[in-house]
Write a protein that binds this ligand. Sequence first.
Ligand SMILES: Nc1nc2c(ncn2[C@@H]2O[C@H](COP(=O)(O)OP(=O)(O)OP(=O)(O)O)[C@@H](O)[C@H]2O)c(=O)[nH]1
Ligand SMILES: [Mg+2]
Length: 316
Amino acid sequence: MGEIDEGPAIAAPPDTGVMPEGSRCGFVALAGRANVGKSTLMNRLVGAKVSIVSEVPQTTRFPVRGVLHRPGLQVVFIDTPGIHKPRYRMNEEMVRLATRVLREVDLVAALVDASEGFGPGDRFVFDLLRQARSRNLLVLNKVDLTAKENLLPLIDEASRTGLFEEIVPVSALTGENSDRLQAVIAATMPAGPPHFPEDMLTDLPQRQAIAELIREQVFQQTRQEVPHSTAVIIDLVEPAEGGLIRIHATIIADKESQKGILIGEGGRMMKGIGTSARHQLEEYLGSRVHLSLWVKVKRAWRDDRELLRLIGLPVS
Ligand SMILES: Nc1nc2c(ncn2[C@@H]2O[C@H](COP(=O)(O)OP(=O)(O)OP(=O)(O)O)[C@@H](O)[C@H]2O)c(=O)[nH]1
Ligand SMILES: [Mg+2]
């Protein structure tokens, strides 16, 4: 007693062989093809914006953890990159990381877009689940976009795969039925002490979260190939006079023509991205932000290991 214990930041529970009574904690992967609403659902379940969202497929580039805290229960959700056919090393890594997560969790919540039905991309995900031998739920997302009777054939086909313990229709966008999904997930969590401290919603490092919020605006405001061929690097985050936080970031583009689009006529696109990103960053950091953005061209960066590591994709 009285001595400072320099143990790990997240202390392990005392090894008494006895769990705190009724305490449960587990890891749940949100998986599926790109754009089905995995990140939207994670933010809904965690009750905070942890992972970025856009209309553009392949928004999420690495697994992002978000933590749900309830009395006696902690659920660590892992939002994964959408499963897709990779054309660049970056995309190979995205799919590799998402696939690996399936084997590392207590439960996989596989998502499909119920308004589109099952396609080859979804069936490919089902095959991955079979290979991973994971425990799975199926989430039929985007039910706000489809009539209830369209769900029955999907439920029927999904049941016949034998892969899913439960099939839950939800709308991540409106929140419809997300309470029921949360209850179903909670019921499957194993006994165990909480993994993260009570006030921790994500373990994403701050610089990476800042880069993600800027990238979200690039994804929301540009079209076609431009978002996919763009990365964000944080050059500086520092406190400045008047309680401001100064942030310098570089948007990397693949080609000169994309740099032109990112800057826009008279700098209009850059201004739009910068203003919206600054609002998001101010909300996230709880402080006024001075944001300076630059655009640089780095050809074939999506095949460049060093750059991929810099943006948080651990290349194998
Ligand atoms: N109408 C409707 N739209 C949704 C719902 N869930 C997500 N979306 C929209 O679908 C789009 C994709 O959502 P994301 O959460 O980024 O999808 P994702 O599966 O994480 O996509 P990737 O990261 O690219 O794999 C966004 O425009 C969302 O607003 C839903 O329940 N209903
Ligand atoms: Mg996503």
